[in-house]
Design a protein around this ligand. Structure first.
Ligand code: AMP
Length: 250
């Protein structure tokens, strides 16, 4: 069984993100970039399925500029077998990513596509759902447990009220939530080995996908600064402030 895992290059989660002076987006020049944390979890799950003998091949796919090769190499260093880079400098919205992934799925014929539940840069949480819909495949999103047996996937999903278990036949799309697993670190020997693993580079034009944006960003601004708190002397003062200053109680 072959697995395709989508890995996005995003601003590292430790970076204090700054808005560009012209308010068109956030600063990415000279900023540390890493694999989207939910995608690290998706890769780890794919590697575990290989180690368990459930999967035979794990293919890491990234879409974006040439530096996405590094993101693919990170996946290769923890156990993915090969990579595919869909190289473009165009800004990619989730719909375009899903369309490109669909083309790769048709080429590669995996039994399972693993993605992160959301990319921490745009927080869209759309790509996996769109891909499953366009393929006409079942989906298990926000997975905190994944079991594959007898051509079927069972996914425990993190939902608002608790945990929901769904089962569906393969091929399918599964997106990872935080508690699915704890990703491993790459060791030096595996990093060295990963340098020899192949990465296929394709262009969106080769896949015949229209990348035209459907959304227009009007402006990006910093969140409002939080004002400092005050200490109240007693309950009466608190109630007075809630009623007359914050106006949150009648
Ligand atoms: P999003 O819908 O943008 O929140 O992204 C959900 C998931 O889709 C991510 O965690 C990735 O697994 C995948 N994804 C989105 N954009 C890309 C990209 N440019 N390259 C690779 N994977 C992506």
């Amino acid at each position: 069984m072959k697995i395709l895992v989508a890995v996005k290059r995003v601003v590292d989660y430790n970076v204090n993100v700054r808005v560009k002076a012209d308010q068109t987006g956030v600063e990415t020049a000279n900023v540390k970039m890493s694999m989207n944390p939910f995608d690290e979890i998706a890769v780890e799950e794919g590697v575990r399925l290989k180690e368990a003998g459930v999967a035979t091949e794990l293919v890491a796919v990234s879409l974006g500029g040439a530096p996405c090769q590094e993101t693919i190499r990170t996946a290769l260093a923890v156990g993915a077998d090969r990579g595919i880079l869909v190289q473009t400098d165009a800004a990619l919205e989730p719909l375009a990513v899903a369309k490109l992934l669909k083309k790769l799925v048709e080429r590669e014929q995996p039994a399972l596509v693993l993605l992160g539940k959301q990319a921490i840069d745009d927080d869209s949480n759309q790509t996996g759902q769109m891909l499953a819909a366009m393929l006409g495949w079942p989906q298990g999103t926000f997975a905190s447990k994944l079991t594959i047996a007898d051509g079927k996937a069972t996914v425990v999903r993190e939902i608002d009220g608790g945990l929901e278990t769904v089962a569906f036949p393969l091929p399918a799309v599964v997106s990872s939530d935080l508690r699915l697993n704890t990703p491993r670190y790459a060791s030096l020997p595996t990093i060295m080995k990963a340098k020899k693993k192949p990465i296929d580079v394709v262009k969106p034009e080769d896949l015949g996908v229209d990348l035209a944006p459907r959304l227009k960003t009007l402006k990006v601004v910093e969140p409002a600064k939080r004002k400092g708190g005050v200490k109240v002397g007693d309950v009466a003062e608190l109630v007075d402030k809630l009623r007359n200053e914050a106006k949150v109680i009648p």
